[in-house]
Design a protein around this ligand. Structure first.
Ligand code: PRX
Length: 660
């Protein structure tokens, strides 16, 4: 253990560090060996973005070269037009043609401690077998396959098998409820759902198959359910519906193809759909395509994480989110990396589980979320100090703005003061990291994601569309198309155009606020729309409100995010009960459960307050801003536009009364 990591007896004085050190230069020994050592890449990419991205695309294997790098007819982009390739071929086959065939592709550990290591050759065999099963089940190019799975190798294998045969996949995070799963399957019109008899989380079984059964009962497009046996009947018996449900291990046993030739996909063919929350109750299916997406995630993964052949790379996200797609599966495997994958919770059996994994597998690159770092801070350094973390050489974060305290703690206690930190800003829509340091050439400042990636042009605009002055806040936009961008919202191109491209015509609206300092560094300020970020999970206030008002006791609901020391934001609901219902603890518990049933545990409100009326403007718009002011104890802003100014005072009294 590095001496500079400190110990619980001699704690690092974070306050002092925050005062003294605002800027971290990349360590010299790191710079000397970094993949990108030369800041001229920024200028080169700026001067000729298409040439820059074409160079990047050459890192992939193409069956047919592209004719045109970019067709841009805002907001519709096509990248590497005319080119043909296959994502599964690029992530698997091509590595088996080199010495990498015996390199570990996936090092997996289950929560109970069981392990599996798959070399690229193993991955090749498994992906082919899975693809053969898909063909046996009648899945063909263009059919959508849904996944509702624990974090097990078969999830990655299944995605690559879909990519192999040209079937777009849509992964629904295992924490979503049956209703949420049903809605996403129905929107995507998936014909197959892949799930498991369960998974492990904090020593408990997650009953994924039961949830799937409840969901697919209302999904007319689903023909089959393919079930991976993670637990086995001794742990949990699951019902299998004759004719519809098939065990993956039985299907794999009886399938006959050894090899499934990878489909030659057009560069713009869909690779996957990823649902994400927006400002309405209906989640948006972001469609990502093949050539541009793979180019973007592969290049950013190599440069931002400074990937070397012998690195052991661990991204702690779940494959149910875009981070897992881009930086567990497609980016790292396209680059031939060794990827660690872990099934369970960070505090099982004890709070040092992550550090035990780093020590055991010699993880050298760790990519995690600020909410996790804050949790580790709260648990205290003794769980870290038990373990040898000297293999780490680079750290990353994603999901929300990282507060400088957490950044410094990460740097000191996890990185031993020697690992550059890459704070990576991006979104489900952007597909790839957009703002982040390049660790060899960009000095970091705790709390800033620093600079746009080469070839990415970002700006911060005021309401009139002018660039804001230094340090002033505004709307973060992206001014040029980039290869991994979402191409549309599945089945709803008008919504795609209206949500992202209308506010400033021809520019991509991120929905995030930001400011830029005197060195041009970007500081992200959080969402400017009605989207919450709870533990790095994106949840629309409207989704939670729709869930609440679907309960018979609720007449009206307004949901806001209040700052929370661990989860970033916490969900606070203000509810007007219907006549005949009395607010009490039982109703509160029931409403919280109702939201969990409608969306999933990730959307459980932390607090519910009852009010006879919600504050509204004269045009009947709920003033969430005022509710946020109340929840965060701020002086109330202008209330003169309210229909009934007394309402706020009443809510405030109640809120403050309940707080105590
Ligand atoms: O508000 C930003 C925040 O997360 C949002 C995107 O959420 P999602 O699509 O679920 O993707 C999460 C993982 C890519 C953004 O609009 N966000 C993500 N990373 C950062 C961030 N905010 C500040 N700094 C970051 N590094």
């Amino acid at each position: 253990m590095a001496a500079s990591q400190g110990s619980s007896d001699t704690p690092v004085n974070i306050d002092a560090l925050l005062q003294e050190t605002r800027r971290f230069e990349p360590p010299l020994d790191f710079v000397a060996n970094a993949n990108v050592r030369d800041a001229t890449v920024y200028q080169r990419a700026h001067d000729d973005p298409e040439g820059f991205w074409a160079d990047a695309a050459s890192r992939l294997d193409w069956f047919k070269p592209w004719d045109r790098v970019l067709e841009w007819n805002a907001p519709w982009a096509k990248w590497f037009v005319g080119g043909q390739l296959n994502a599964s071929y690029n992530c698997v086959d091509r590595h088996t043609k080199t010495w990498r065939r015996n390199k570990a592709a996936l090092i997996w550990e289950g929560e109970p401690g069981d392990t599996r290591v798959l070399t690229y050759r193993d991955l090749y065999r498994e992906v082919n077998r899975f693809a053969s099963v898909l063909l046996d089940l009648g899945v063909r190019r263009g059919d959508v396959v849904a996944f509702y799975m624990p974090m097990i190798p078969e999830l990655a294998i299944g995605l690559l098998a879909c990519a192999r045969i040209g079937a777009p996949h849509t992964v629904i995070f295992g924490g979503f409820s049956a209703e949420a799963l049903r809605d996403r399957i129905n929107d995507s019109k998936a014909t197959l759902c892949v799930t498991a008899d369960g998974g492990w989380r904090r020593g408990n079984v997650i009953a994924l198959k039961d949830v799937t059964d409840a969901a697919v009962a209302q999904c007319p497009s689903i023909e089959h359910v393919l079930v991976f046996q993670r637990l086995g009947p001794d742990v949990r018996e699951v019902a299998m519906e004759e004719g519809r449900d098939i065990w993956l291990h039985e299907a794999a046993e009886s399938t006959t193809r050894r090899v499934v030739e990878p489909e030659h996909m057009e560069s713009e063919d869909p690779l996957y759909i990823m649902y994400t929350s927006g400002t309405t109750g209906k989640p948006k299916g972001q469609m990502h395509t093949t050539g541009g997406y793979l180019t973007g995630v592969s290049l950013t993964h190599e440069w931002i994480f400074d990937l070397k052949e012998d690195d052991v790379y661990w991204c702690t996200a779940d494959i149910g989110w875009v981070t897992g797609h881009s930086y567990i599966v497609y980016g790292p495997l396209a680059n031939g990396a060794t990827v660690v994958m872990y099934e369970g919770a960070p505090d099982f059996p004890d709070k040092d589980r992550f550090w035990a994994l780093v020590e055991k597998y010699g993880v050298s690159i760790l990519y995690t979320a600020p909410t996790s770092i804050r949790t580790f801070m709260r648990w205290g350094p003794r769980y870290v100090e038990k373990r040898d973390l000297s293999s780490l050489r680079l750290l990353g974060t994603v999901g929300e703005p990282i507060n400088p305290e957490a950044w410094i703690w990460y740097n000191e206690f996890i990185g031993g003061g020697r690992c550059p930190i890459v704070d990576t800003w991006w979104q489900t829509e952007t597909g790839m990291i957009m703002i982040s340091p390049l660790p060899g050439v960009v000095a970091t400042k705790p709390g800033s994601a620093t600079l746009p990636f080469p070839g990415v042009e970002a700006d911060i605009l005021d309401e009139a569309g002018q660039s804001v002055p230094t340090n002033a806040g505004g709307n973060l936009v992206i001014k040029r198309p980039w290869p991994a961008m979402s191409r549309t919202i599945w089945g709803d191109p008008e919504r795609y155009a209206a949500t992202y491209w209308k506010r400033y015509p021809g520019l991509y609206l991120t929905g995030d606020g930001a400011r830029r300092d005197d060195e041009g560094y970007f500081w992200l300020l959080g969402r400017v729309d009605d989207v919450l970020n709870v533990s790095g999970h994106r949840i629309g206030t409207m989704e939670v409100e729709s869930a609440l008002v679907s309960h018979p006791a609720v007449a009206e609901a307004a949901v806001i995010g209040a700052s929370d020391a661990v989860t970033g934001q916490a969900i606070i609901a203000f509810v007007t009960p219907r006549g005949g219902y009395t607010p009490n603890d039982a109703l509160t518990a029931e409403l919280k459960e109702h939201v969990v049933r409608s969306i999933g545990a990730l959307a459980r409100p932390k607090k519910i307050y009852y009010t006879a009326e919600l504050p509204k403007t004269r045009s009947a718009k709920i003033m969430r801003r005022l509710l946020r002011d109340i929840a965060e104890g701020r002086v109330l802003g202008d209330t003169s536009t309210l229909l009934d100014p007394n309402v706020v005072a009443q809510i405030k009294d109640q809120y403050e009364g309940n707080e105590g």
